[in-house]
Design a protein around this ligand. Sequence first.
Ligand code: ATP
Ligand code: MG
Length: 399
Amino acid sequence: MKEPFLSAVPVLKILEDAGFQAYFVGGSVRDYLLGKQISDVDIATSATPDEVKTLFKKTIDIGIEHGTVLVLHNQNSYEITTFRTEGEYQDYRRPKEVAFIRSLTEDLKRRDFTMNAIAMDLNGNLIDPFGGQNDIHNKLIQTVGLAKERFHEDALRMLRAVRFASQLSFQIDTETLMALSNLNQLLSKIAVERKRAEFEKLLMGKNRKNALKILVDANLHLFLPGLEKYKKDIMKVIEVPCERLSRKEMWCLLLYYIEVNDADAEPFLREWRLPLKDIKDIRDCLYFTRQRLEQNWSIYQLYIAGYDTIQSAEKLTLVINGIQKMDSVEQWLDVYKRLPIKTRSDLDVTGSDLIEWSGKTGGPWLKQVLLQIEKAVLEGNVANEKQKIKEWLKQCSQK
Ligand code: ATP
Ligand code: MG
């Protein structure tokens, strides 16, 4: 066994010494078997949340109704979830109530795919009642039990299947794939936030090409916000190599290819319930990418866009134009870094200076003059020094 499991062994030991069962489960075990980098380990136990809380000094209730307690141990934090079954599923969504149980196998049975239903004990022994290791070996995504039933219970699993296909480059098993096509409309019952989390992982996955194809072939896109009418356009995203793009850049690329105009970008992203800051960043990025595809950056555009947007829009421009070399990103960022000012507050004059010098009262003229000064400073027509700017203004007024 290796890190990060090793550091977590003492946590399992504390649970076992108190007479409970405790295992590593879920994505961490799957990724370990795949030889992938693991960030967090998830722990499942027969102890109830209250019992877990009595065993560790520092705990935080992060989802106690679902049986999850966060345990802080030796500078690390671990999500410990009580074995559970999910009672009645309501309306194709996750169940409202869960029942805590003492059986590991029952807990593994409620999990979505065989590859995610493997447990590992503190000695590294695997408990794999549904053939998960075999499916990992065959690179196959297969539900635990009948796909049809499992998707009826929680339709988000359909989208999860496709995002795992993207992240892991696995195939989806035939029965599971058929259920995706037949039951796609169940996805309309699922909260947008849950769909977004999976869709973003899908977009960021290595094999998005294959995954987006599965998504549109199974008509799952019909039940994703704003994507109903874009079957052909979604496929355009497939054609471009976009490995090095961030989450927000991927959204921007999608908007570009499905040809959402600048005015419609915000409502589209709001429908996906993205945070307002993300919406602003993605909109800026889309706007400047479109500008950049038309022409080189002007000094003023660099100034308005700012570091992060320049970086993203330049990267996207290269990706869209099919250019592999990313040198121009650094080059434009260097130009930006050398700009004499980065924001209006960097100007060596303020509105009050202008009022004082002119003897006029404030008004819309102030904004205009400041803009004029800003542009002159950026273009190197005047140094960003109060006295120089004052003289420059005087000269301008004499012209
Ligand atoms: P990732 O590496 O992206 O976190 P993961 O497999 O850990 O992948 P999570 O969403 O963190 O995915 O879920 C942890 C585990 O919980 C899964 O491996 C699976 O066993 C179970 N699980 C999560 N969501 C569902 C679901 N909708 N239905 C059934 N089981 C689920
Ligand atoms: Mg996880």
